[in-house]
Write a protein that binds this ligand. Structure first.
Ligand code: ADE
Ligand code: ZN
Length: 336
C-alpha cells in the first residue's frame, strides 16, 4: 500500500460534486448568520458533519443547509472555499454541479447564482491554480417541467465556465425519459450531459438513461453491475462513471470497499473516476476518496493517476484545457 503523504501530492480531478452539498457546517453557519437565516441546531452533528437518516432525509437536510445561501457572494464563497480545499489536497480540476432550482427557491436569479460561482472559480484559479467548471443540474423529484425551465435558463445565458448539463435528485421519482425535453434542449445548445442513475435505483435506471438521454457520463452508474451486458455496453461506448464510493457507503448502497463494484467495473473496461459527491454530508473529501480507495481497493499510485486521467478525459471542459491538465498528470513523478 502507498504511504498517505505520497498520495496527497498525486494530481486529482473530480467531476461529481454538488456545490450546494459542498459547504461544510462552519460555512453554512457563517452564511446563515450574515443572511439572518435560522437553522435548527439539530441539523449539525458534533463532529463537523450534518445529521440525516436515510436517502430522502439526506436530500431534505441538504435542502435545509443550502437554504443558507441567499446571495451571489454566498455562491462565490462556497465555490472558492471548496476549490481552495480541493487544491490543498492535490486536485487540479473540479467540476461542480449546481442547481438553479435551489437558488430560485431562495429568491435568486439564474444570473446572480451564476455570477457568484464564476467569481469563485476565477478567484480560486488566480489564488491556487485549480481549474473549476460548472455543470448546471435540474432536480429529478421537482419534475420534468421544472427541468425544462432550468435547461431554458442555462442555454439562454451560456457562460464559458458552464460546461455541461445534468440531473440530481431522487431517482425513484419519474423516469429518465420524462426529462428528455430538458436534456435535448441542453444538448442542442452544445452542452454535454450526465445524469444520476444506478445509485439508489438498479441497473434498469442506467438502461433508461442510456436509451433516452443524450448522456456521455453517468452519475454513480455503479448498479449497472447488476447487468453484465449493460456493463459491457458502458465499456464499449466509453461512458464515464462518476463513482462516489464513500457516498455509497453512507447512503447504504454498498456496505464497504469489499462490497463495492468499482474494481469489477474497471476490470470490465469501464472508465471509472473517484468523487466526493456531497463531502461534508459523507465525511469525505476528494483527497480522502483517493486515500481510502488506495487502502480499500488496493489501488497503486499509477492506477490512481489513471483514474485522474479518466476524469480529465471525461470532463466537459474544452480540449485545450484538457491537454494542459493531462500534461500535469503525465509530469507527475510517482515516489518510489
Ligand atoms: N443531490 C445531491 N446529492 C445527491 C446524490 N448523491 N444523489 C442524487 N441527488 C443528489
Ligand atoms: Zn451526486
Amino acid at each position: 500500500m502507498s504511504n498517505l503523504s505520497s498520495l496527497k501530492s498525486i494530481p486529482k480531478a473530480e467531476i461529481h460534486c454538488h456545490l450546494e452539498g459542498a459547504a461544510p457546517p462552519d460555512l453554512v453557519r457563517r452564511m446563515a448568520e450574515r443572511n439572518n437565516v435560522e437553522l435548527p441546531e439539530a441539523l449539525f452533528t458534533d463532529d463537523g458533519t450534518f445529521r440525516w437518516t436515510d436517502f430522502p432525509d439526506f436530500l431534505n437536510t441538504y435542502d435545509m443547509a443550502s437554504s443558507s445561501m441567499r446571495k451571489a457572494v454566498d455562491y462565490r464563497d462556497v465555490t472558492y472555499e471548496y476549490l481552495r480545499d480541493c487544491a490543498a489536497e492535490g486536485a487540479i480540476y473540479v467540476e461542480v454541479f449546481s442547481s438553479p432550482d435551489h437558488a430560485a427557491t431562495m429568491g435568486m436569479s439564474y444570473g446572480d447564482h451564476l455570477t457568484g460561482m464564476v467569481d469563485g472559480i476565477d478567484d480560486a484559479f488566480r489564488d491556487f491554480g485549480i481549474v473549476g467548471r460548472i455543470i448546471v443540474t435540474c432536480v429529478r423529484h421537482l419534475g420534468p417541467e421544472r427541468a425544462v425551465d432550468v435547461a431554458r435558463a442555462t442555454v439562454a445565458e451560456l457562460h464559458p465556465h458552464v460546461v455541461g448539463f445534468g440531473m440530481g435528485g431522487n431517482e425513484m421519482d419519474f423516469t429518465q425519459a420524462d426529462f428528455r425535453p430538458a436534456f435535448d434542449m441542453a444538448a442542442a445548445a452544445g452542452l454535454p450531459c450526465t445524469t444520476h442513475a444506478g445509485e439508489v435505483d438498479g441497473a434498469q435506471s442506467v438502461r433508461d438513461a442510456m436509451d433516452h438521454l443524450p448522456i456521455t457520463r453517468l452519475g454513480h452508474g455503479v448498479r449497472a453491475i447488476e447487468n453484465p451486458d449493460l456493463v459491457a455496453e458502458i465499456a464499449e461506448k466509453g461512458i464515464v462513471l462518476e463513482c462516489c464510493p464513500i457516498s455509497n457507503f453512507a447512503t447504504g448502497v454498498y456496505k464497504d470497499y469489499s462490497d463495492h463494484p468499482l474494481p469489477k467495473l474497471m476490470a470490465a473496461g469501464c472508465k471509472v473516476t473517484l468523487n466526493s459527491d456531497d463531502p461534508p454530508y459523507f465525511a469525505t473529501t476528494i483527497g480522502h476518496e483517493y486515500e481510502q480507495a488506495a487502502a480499500g481497493f488496493g489501488f497503486t499510485p499509477a492506477q490512481l493517476l489513471d483514474i485522474t486521467r479518466n476524469a480529465i478525459n471525461g470532463a466537459f471542459v474544452d480540449a485545450a484545457t484538457k491537454v494542459d491538465l493531462l500534461q500535469k498528470v503525465d509530469a507527475y513523478q510517482i515516489e518510489t
